[in-house]
Design a protein around this ligand. Structure first.
Ligand code: GFB
Length: 315
């Protein structure tokens, strides 16, 4: 059983809100959340005060400065600095205030650009990173390692999960800064409404990507938080990938766009492939349930609802 109270850092984001939805279905769990206005995780003094007052037993760290390939390429200073500041403040304050379980969330972009596929956990730091998201990857590697060192040096159960590309309710649909799947949903939807004959996607469309629905990740997070001896870090994914071009056709079909799809090789492709090896997490008893085709249909429905209610996240 996950130990209460549980602080979900980043509860307003796509991952944090999925975790809160999952925790809400467990009777008796006390969940603590704070908006960025109430608690700026980059500010050490605010974080220390919050932890000494609230003393959570479990922390699920789903807060981060995130974005797609264009955002990562454009703002490396913020992607490295903001994420490092949040991690250092929160992990240290957790230890100082008796947090017994800390689950740190990273991303499979921590692995080398040319890692052997599918990527096993031990590929970490084995060769150079993908340039387009090196800053974010370095911050996430640092957080993963800091948790591993706290566990090694002080015996606390601080461990990490490295999800593949995520999608689902509450995603960020910013036209330039979003990840590929929400970027395509918005692009095809707006083209359909305008009656455009073509849509141009970024890159050549040849890279391969794997997509995990955020509700499957929330299930994995709860599962990992209840393991007595979890891996220091573990991949969370579907181990099934698709080319960006095939993904675009899938999204166009779901949205109902019937025009032509064009590619734009002047835009970066990013890493050619980052398929996760999920043997380790499956050996602990977790497996994904949501198939991509069905996940995209339900995510488009959420997009329409969020847009209709004026709640579409686009930053
Ligand atoms: O999700 P994404 O932006 O980042 O996917 P990564 C980028 C791939 O999708 C590139 C193509 O090959 C892009 O050329 N693409 C096509 C598009 N159309 C679009 C579009 O409209 N928007 C976007 N964003 N891409 C991210 C990291 O890498 O993976 C993050 O940057 C994080 O830090 C995330 O780790 C999981 O998959 O390349």
């Amino acid at each position: 059983m996950i130990e209460s109270p549980v602080f979900v850092a980043g509860h307003g984001g796509m991952v944090g809100s999925a975790v809160c939805r999952r925790l809400a279905s467990i009777p008796g769990i006390e969940v603590i959340t704070r908006t960025r206005k109430e608690l700026d995780l980059c500010e050490e003094s605010q974080v220390n005060e919050f932890f000494s007052k609230n003393r959570p037993s479990t922390v699920i760290f789903a807060s981060a400065k995130v974005g797609g390939i264009h955002a990562n390429k454009t703002f490396p200073v913020e992607f490295l600095s903001d994420n490092l500041r949040q991690e250092l403040a929160t992990i240290h304050a957790s230890y100082r205030n008796g947090v017994r379980r800390f689950l740190f969330l990273g991303s499979t972009c921590i692995y080398p650009r040319m890692a052997a596929q599918p990527i096993k956990e031990q590929e970490l730091l084995s060769s150079p990173l993908e340039q387009t998201n090196e800053a974010y990857a370095l911050a996430k590697i640092a957080g993963l390692k800091l948790c591993q060192y706290f566990r090694q040096q002080y015996g606390v159960m601080y461990h990490s999960a490295m999800p593949t590309n995520l999608y689902g309710p509450g995603d960020n649909y910013h036209p330039d800064h979003s990840h590929v799947l929400p970027g395509l949903i918005r692009r095809f939807h707006e083209a359909k409404i305008r009656g455009d004959e073509t849509v141009t996607m970024w890159g050549t469309g040849t890279p391969l990507r794997e997509f995990l629905h955020v509700d499957d990740l929330a299930e994995a997070i709860l599962h990992l938080c209840q393991l007595d001896n979890p891996p220091d870090w573990v991949n969370v994914g579907t181990s099934v990938d698709v080319s960006i071009l095939d993904l675009a056709h899938l999204v166009a079909k779901t949205v109902g766009f019937t025009g032509k799809i064009l590619t734009d090789p002047t835009k970066p492709d990013g890493t050619p492939r980052k398929l996760t090896d999920t043997t380790l997490i499956r050996s602990t008893g977790w497996a994904p349930k949501i198939v991509l085709e069905r996940g995209i249909v339900s995510t488009y429905e959420c997009f329409l609802k969020e847009q209709g209610a004026g709640d579409l996240r686009s930053k």
